[in-house]
Design a protein. Structure first.
Length: 412
């Protein structure tokens, strides 16, 4: 934030927000001016903030053989992928389509990983032909890889019973999760590998998304290390993603420096004890791009209805599904009046569905029709999960870098 923001009530802002004269800016450009130039609704990304979060995460891990792979299901816009590649990060993919997007953005096959449940034979074959390393998600996938490419190297996605996340639908480990190979199946995995001359060179685990408790991430990683001791020829251990960012003003941020230090110490101890040269992988998605993106939307209507006030925007869950689909909380600000008299309102969208609600009983500054609101932390799983329901087109996207805004690719 700039010095001009010092008078703004702390409850009104995230620490990374740029406030000038009580208005919201992105890379020095006023949000409302961007809407005037590019239209509404509008996704806006801050290139400098993506770079800052990426560098902070890279710096957090002192273990010398650490490699990040961006979970591109969070945001697969070509220019975002190119920016992340230029920052020295690889790519984690979950479909052949994402592999193809990675190639188009300049990633080499050796810089990509593929991890997917319930993939077809044709997709597994296509990924193998592309030369992208697969983390097998099931016994059937191990068997299929052996049939398609005997003698191949592969990783295993494990489910060791630890699950966590900001919502039950984004918990990807534990007994209720569809993902991964459980510990009790490892003997059968070894039999399949022997049968097809496969070599397990990596172990992967992803316990959930948007985790703010470092101890939970450590617990999952310790379980992964315990299994790794039974695999003498590993080339990498992959802790997955899940590094969270605050969604509410009151959330306590994940201490990424402390977390990186603890994991690096555990990894170095494992390498020393087992005399193995093993790389350490992580697959951040939300952490790199969520805070750097916001959805700008214009107030179309303010409706008094009994005891409630509905503030209607020119966007909806077709553009940003998280609040309606998962019940996610995202802070919303009036970009032209960050601070001022607040009132309690329901912020709703323009989709013809009763569940098209961004926030209920939300206290914020509301003036009149035509104001531009910003839905924060929208850089991950926003545009990526968007759709054209109600036959409404997806918003434009722009990237702001060094005070210049440019249009990004338009998805069909």
């Amino acid at each position: 934030m700039t010095d001009a923001a010092s008078t703004v009530h702390a409850r009104s802002v995230m620490e990374w927000m740029e406030i000038r004269d009580n208005t919201l800016c992105i890379g020095g450009l006023e949000a409302a001016a961007l809407v005037k130039e590019f239209g509404s609704p509008l996704y806006v990304y801050d290139a400098e903030l993506i770079a800052a979060r990426t560098k902070a995460l890279q710096k957090a891990f002192s273990y010398p053989h650490t490699k990040l792979h961006f979970a591109c299901k969070a945001n697969s816009t070509r220019e975002i992928l190119q920016l992340i590649r230029e920052l020295g990060v690889g790519l984690e993919t979950v479909s052949i389509g994402e592999v193809q997007k990675g190639v188009a953005a300049g990633f080499s096959s050796r810089d990509m990983l593929y991890t997917c449940s319930n993939a077809s034979r044709g997709e597994i074959e296509a990924v193998l032909k592309a030369g992208v390393r697969i983390n097998a998600d099931s016994l059937n996938q191990v068997r299929l890889i052996g049939e398609l490419q005997p003698g191949a190297q592969l990783g295993l996605r494990l489910n060791l019973g630890v699950g966590a996340g900001a919502h039950e639908k984004i918990v990807t480990g534990g007994a209720a999760s569809k993902f991964g190979i459980v510990r009790e199946q490892l003997t059968e995995v070894q039999e399949l590998c022997d049968q097809h001359n496969l070599r397990v060179v990596g172990l992967h685990q992803h316990i959930g998304s948007n985790i703010l408790d470092g101890d939970t991430i450590i617990s999952g990683f310790e379980d992964l290390l315990s299994v790794a001791r039974s695999f003498p020829r590993l080339e990498y251990l992959d802790g997955g993603g899940g590094f969270g960012v605050p969604q509410k003003y009151s959330d306590r941020p994940l201490n990424i420096g402390e977390l990186g230090s603890r994991i690096s110490q555990l990894m170095q101890q494992f390498v020393n004890e087992n005399e193995q040269s093993v790389e350490l992988y992580f697959e951040p998605g939300t952490y790199l791009v969520s805070e750097a993106g916001m959805l700008l939307s214009t107030v179309m209507d303010i409706k008094e209805s009994g005891t409630r006030t509905f503030v209607g925007l020119d966007s909806g869950f077709n553009h940003f599904p998280g609040p309606a689909f998962y019940g996610f909380h995202h802070e919303i600000v009036n970009t032209q009046a960050i601070e001022g008299a607040r009132r309690k309102v329901d912020v709703v969208g323009n989709v013809c569905e009763a569940g098209d609600v961004f926030a209920r009983d939300y206290e914020m500054v509301v003036g009149d029709v035509g104001e531009v609101f910003a839905i924060l932390n929208a850089g991950a799983y926003g545009y990526e999960m968007g759709m054209t329901y109600n036959s409404r087109p997806l918003p434009r996207q722009i990237l702001v870098s060094q005070g210049v805004a440019r249009l990004l690719e338009i998805r069909d």
